[in-house]
Each structure stands twice: as structure tokens, then as C-alpha cells.
Design a protein around this ligand. Structure first.
Ligand code: R1P
Ligand code: URA
Length: 294
């Protein structure tokens, strides 16, 4: 017999919904759009033909509905891989744990996660308003080091070569590499203007992405080292704050994941999009069109 999870590990609200995401299993679709910004949830769900359920707790807003007969959930994660740990574990629990019996279900359900985020390009040839699909998430966040069975992330030759080429400072978390779904990458990049590359997932927006306001940096050449990094035709295209954890956790849990980001800033040229909301809206419409045919 499966062992019961205790109330301190699988935390539920009094109505039986999962603690932070605040929804019950029947409120979750199998295809889930993850966005950082809570205002982006309605910017996605406004395109649904019907919204079945809505929920909010803290920065996590969830809308589930139907578009072209496809059931979709859109959920805000807030910023950073720490929030991704919460959201992905809870969404996986909704699908794969019997919340009433508090037991792992014998048959695993596979979910599909698509992040629709914003990001900064670190290559000269990727202008603002481009959509970038992440082949891999290169994590500087350290989240995956707390889980078992992550050897393939840390032993990946690209991650190892990255550490060598950039002389990565050992006082930082060890970079790891997690792969997105090839099937979803193909779906999004086939016959489209979407470009692909490795997404560096930073643990912050300023110092961890090489931004200098009033504080000096430990390594002012970091972004230049990232831009120059190349290994077997792989290069780092962009910086954001969630993809490595989405890919890493999805891999361990057996889900499919892809990260799409609208480039709102180009760090190489020092430019910012003149109309980021239109560019993000184009990405949303593009992704919904693709997902409803998936
Ligand atoms: C920083 O401005 C935030 O924007 C990016 C980063 O990953 C970080 O979360 O993504 P979202 O626009 O999806 O939040
Ligand atoms: N989000 C990030 O994390 N970095 C950027 O430069 C832009 C958006």
C-alpha cells in the first residue's frame, strides 16, 4: 500500500485546494501556460472562448478555460526559481497525488508546461521584440542541487565546458543544464520567426545579470563571457529567471516543458523595447495558436 504524505509535506487549504496555487485537481488543465507577471494571466485568458475557473492567492493567479476545444490553464508564478519550485511541485501534486487519500497515484499523468516570459538578449543579432525558445536552461540558481537524480544536469558537457570557459567562480552555485521538450521546440520554431538557444537563468535581475547601478560587480566581464561562450554550435541567447528550474523539475517529474520569451531588452546594444506589451501580446497569440493545434 502507498504510504500517506503528512499534512506538513502535502499542505492543503481547508477547502482541500493545494496550499499556494489554491486550486483543486479538477481546476487544472493538462496544458499549462506559466507566466511571471500576474497581470499577464488575463492577457492570455482574454483569448479563451470561455473561462471555467479563476483563483488568486498572493502573486499566483490561475485561470482555466477552453480555446478551440483545448482546455488550458494559465498561471502566474511571480519572479524567480524559488517560486517555480512551489508552483511546479504543487501542479504536479494536483495531477499525480490523490489529495484526499494523500497518496501518490499509481498511474502518472504527464503535463505540458509552456512558459511565456520576458527576457534580455545577450547577443548582438537578437533585437528587442524577438521571440526566443529555450533549447536548454542553464541554471545559476542552485535549485536542482536540492533534488536527487540530477547528475545528467551537472554532468552535461555544455555545463562543464561553460564552467571551464568562463572560469566560473566556485563560491557561486554550480551551473546546471536542463533540456526543454524537443517536440514543443519543434512545434514553436517550425515555419516561424522564433529563434532558439540556451537561456541563462539568473538568481536575480541586477548583479546576477551583470547590471551595475550603484553596486560594483564581482566580475564585470561575466556578460561578455556568456556572450562569447560556444560549444558544439550551442550559444547562450538570453537571460531570465525561471527556465532552468522549469526544465529541471519537469524532467524529474516526467512532464514536457518549453520556455518562450519575448526579448524586451538587448544587453549588448543597451536597448529596451519601445512597445513591450505589443510584443508580448504577439507572443501570446502565436503560442496559443500553436498550442491549440498541439
Ligand atoms: C524580471 O523582470 C522578470 O521578468 C522575466 C524574468 O524571468 C523575471 O521573472 O520574466 P516574466 O516577465 O515572465 O516575469
Ligand atoms: N527579464 C530578465 O530577467 N532580464 C531582462 O533583462 C529582461 C527581462
Amino acid at each position: 500500500m502507498a504510504s500517506k504524505l503528512s499534512s506538513s509535506e502535502l499542505v492543503l487549504n481547508p477547502d482541500g485546494s493545494i496550499y499556494h496555487c489554491n486550486i483543486k485537481p479538477e481546476e487544472l488543465a493538462d496544458t499549462i501556460i506559466l507566466v511571471g507577471d500576474q497581470n499577464r494571466v488575463s492577457n492570455v485568458s482574454k483569448y479563451f472562448d470561455a473561462i471555467e475557473t479563476r483563483s488568486q492567492k498572493r502573486e499566483i493567479i490561475v485561470n482555466t478555460g477552453i480555446l478551440n476545444q483545448k482546455r488550458l490553464t494559465v498561471i502566474s508564478t511571480g519572479m524567480g526559481t524559488d517560486n517555480i519550485d512551489i508552483v511546479l511541485n504543487e501542479l504536479d501534486a494536483l495531477a499525480n497525488i490523490d489529495l484526499k487519500k494523500k497518496e501518490i497515484k499509481p498511474i502518472r499523468k504527464q503535463l505540458t508546461f509552456v512558459r511565456l516570459g520576458t527576457s534580455g538578449a545577450i547577443q548582438k543579432d537578437i533585437p528587442v521584440d524577438t521571440i526566443v525558445a529555450s533549447t536548454y536552461g542553464l541554471g545559476f540558481d542552485g535549485l536542482m542541487s536540492f533534488y536527487a537524480n540530477t547528475e545528467s544536469f551537472y554532468e552535461n558537457p555544455i555545463a562543464k565546458e561553460f564552467i571551464i570557459q568562463t572560469k566560473w567562480n566556485p563560491k557561486r552555485a554550480l551551473p546546471y543544464l536542463a533540456e526543454g521538450s524537443e517536440e514543443l521546440l519543434h512545434l514553436m520554431t517550425e515555419n516561424s520567426k522564433v529563434i532558439s538557444g540556451i537561456t541563462a537563468t539568473a538568481i536575480g535581475f541586477y548583479g546576477p545579470q551583470g547590471r551595475i547601478l550603484r553596486l560594483n560587480l564581482d566580475n564585470e566581464s561575466m556578460n561578455e563571457q556568456l556572450t562569447k561562450f560556444t560549444y558544439n554550435n550551442n550559444r547562450i541567447t538570453n537571460f531570465e529567471m525561471e527556465t532552468s528550474a522549469i526544465y529541471g523539475l519537469s524532467h524529474l517529474m516526467g512532464h514536457k516543458a518549453l520556455s518562450l520569451n519575448t526579448i524586451v531588452t538587448n544587453r549588448y546594444s543597451g536597448t529596451f523595447s519601445k512597445d513591450p506589451y505589443s510584443a508580448i501580446d504577439s507572443m501570446i497569440q502565436f503560442a496559443l495558436e500553436k498550442l491549440t493545434k498541439f
